[in-house]
Design a protein around this ligand. Structure first.
Ligand code: AMP
Length: 172
């Protein structure tokens, strides 16, 4: 995995002082990097999966590719007021203030096995919020998949009841 890690650029103090940003655009632009990321992440997923949910915005890069490989459909979870039909919404705590995410009410079938995908697992707050959206719609969270996991922020602990897969883990 070290060859993939080398393709991820870390940018200090972005978007604000003290944050080390893991920039996946340098991985995505590399043909081998993109293909290997999708192939290896797919191998970690327990099948069958009916639906892969991507979290706006960077989850949209990976979720459709995973869905294609898993023979599943793709569903977007979006920022407020972007989805046109009836939505279910969830608000969750950020470091400063709160954020809200929405999903179409008819996007997940009752009992469907859902995989939630995003680029990076940090504190797990975002992923946990999407878990609650899926469960409110009657879906079963079969797993969560991330390209990058920041171990030191313990996001996995907040998702302890779920099957969490990640490709590239960082300890600092
Ligand atoms: P969290 O809810 O704390 O797990 O944060 C996860 C979300 O924030 C993901 O959608 C990431 O894209 C983004 N994110 C959080 N921390 C970072 C970071 N250090 N570098 C890049 N993206 C991040």
């Amino acid at each position: 995995m070290d060859n993939l890690k080398k393709m991820i650029r870390t940018v200090p103090d972005f978007p604000k002082a003290g944050i080390q940003f893991y920039d996946i655009t340098t991985l995505l632009k590399d043909a081998y990097g993109l293909r290997t990321t999708i192939d290896r992440l797919t191998e970690l997923i327990e099948r069958p999966i009916d639906t892969v949910i991507g979290i706006e915005a960077r989850g949209f890069i990976f979720a459709p590719a995973l869905a294609y490989r898993l023979g599943a459909g793709f569903v977007p979870v979006r920022k407020p007021r972007k989805l046109p039909a009836e939505t279910e919404s969830v608000s969750y705590e950020l470091e400063y203030g709160t954020d809200t995410l929405e999903i179409h009410k008819d996007a997940v079938g009752n009992g469907h096995r859902v995989l939630i995908a995003d680029d990076l697992l940090a504190t797990g707050g975002t992923a946990r919020a999407v878990v609650s959206l899926v469960e409110r719609l009657g879906g079963q969270v079969a797993g969560l998949a991330f390209v990058v996991e920041l171990n030191f922020l313990n996001g996995r602990e907040r998702l302890a009841d779920y099957n969490v897969s990640s490709l590239l883990r960082y300890d600092s």
